[in-house]
Write a protein that binds this ligand. Structure first.
Ligand code: IPD
Ligand code: CA
Ligand code: CA
Length: 264
């Protein structure tokens, strides 16, 4: 794969921040941990990674805006471009020594996500996509899974926990999905869940109460791998409704229907 200058900027920033995260992951027990809310930890590693990403991306593209989970929005002089960054997606996994976490970087141009990189420094898997140019895992082209029947599908989800989200809605959705599919998974890093749909490992994924930095890069990844990604009403209101469902063209419709039925 011949990478564009833009993807080179994004991947080298992700790798640099990834080296910092990986070092901290090795010392996870000594990390200074503060509580942002129930079960939502902000680690020193998290903040360090975001600062590296901000410095690297701003050095390469001065003037672009920056929206990061830790530091919030930093306006730039260029109002048409904004980075959307989660420096550490899968914080709970990270703190527990579970190697399923990632850096997620998306670039929004005039309100549209045009490039995304999701990097897991624990296993060095780097997912990259650019609008109209496909999605790749370490230079190998990605394609969503081809399964057509829910009964063959492995479906990933996000699960609201202490103080987060609507557990009643989630349980009714989970109960409905469980009845129809071959397996359900909850791995705890939404950006990677979406990247794994793009890679055809998961047949589908849905989650509510997500933030833009959890999904921006992953949604592009799924679409560039030939998949479908929408909100839970089948539209594009990901960031306002804070939800996503992603799959291939066959299962997307079927799963959307299963979830809709639970609201009747
Ligand atoms: C979380 C993860 C998790 C999802 C949560 C997110 P964080 O992000 O993506 O899988 O279920 O809703 O907040 O806090 O680890 O960056
Ligand atoms: Ca996140
Ligand atoms: Ca995070």
């Amino acid at each position: 794969m011949l990478r564009s200058a833009l993807l080179n900027v994004m991947t080298s920033a992700a790798r640099k921040a990834g080296r910092s995260l990986k070092r901290d992951y090795g010392e996870v027990e000594n990390l200074q941990v503060s509580m942002k809310g129930p079960a939502n930890f902000v680690t020193a590693a998290d903040r360090r990674a975001e600062e590296i990403l901000h410095a690297e991306l701003t050095k390469a593209r001065p003037g672009y805006g920056f929206l990061g989970e830790e530091g919030g929005r930093r306006e730039g002089s260029d109002k048409s471009h904004c980075w959307i960054v989660d420096p550490l997606d899968g914080t709970t996994n990270f703190l527990h020594g579970i190697p399923q976490f990632a850096i997620s970087i998306a670039l929004e141009r005039d309100g549209m996500v045009v490039a995304g990189v999701i990097y897991n420094p624990a296993n060095e898997e780097l997912f990259a996509a650019e609008r109209g140019k496909g999605a790749f895992l370490n230079d190998q082209r990605l394609r969503v899974a081809a399964r057509r029947r829910l009964s063959d599908a492995v479906v990933a989800c996000g699960m609201p926990h202490m103080g987060r989200g609507d557990r009643v809605i989630f349980r009714s959705e989970l109960a409905a999905v469980q009845e129809q599919v071959a397996g359900v998974r909850r791995f705890g890093a939404a950006a990677l869940d979406l990247a794994w749909v793009a890679a055809g490992r998961f047949d589908a994924f849905w989650e509510r109460d997500l933030s833009p930095w959890d999904m921006a890069a992953g949604i592009l990844m799924v679409r560039e791998a030939g998949g479908f990604a929408t909100d839970l009403d089948g539209g594009d209101g990901f960031f306002t409704k804070r939800q996503v469902i992603a799959s291939n063209e066959f299962l997307h419709k079927a799963l959307l229907q299963v979830l809709k039925e639970t609201r009747k």
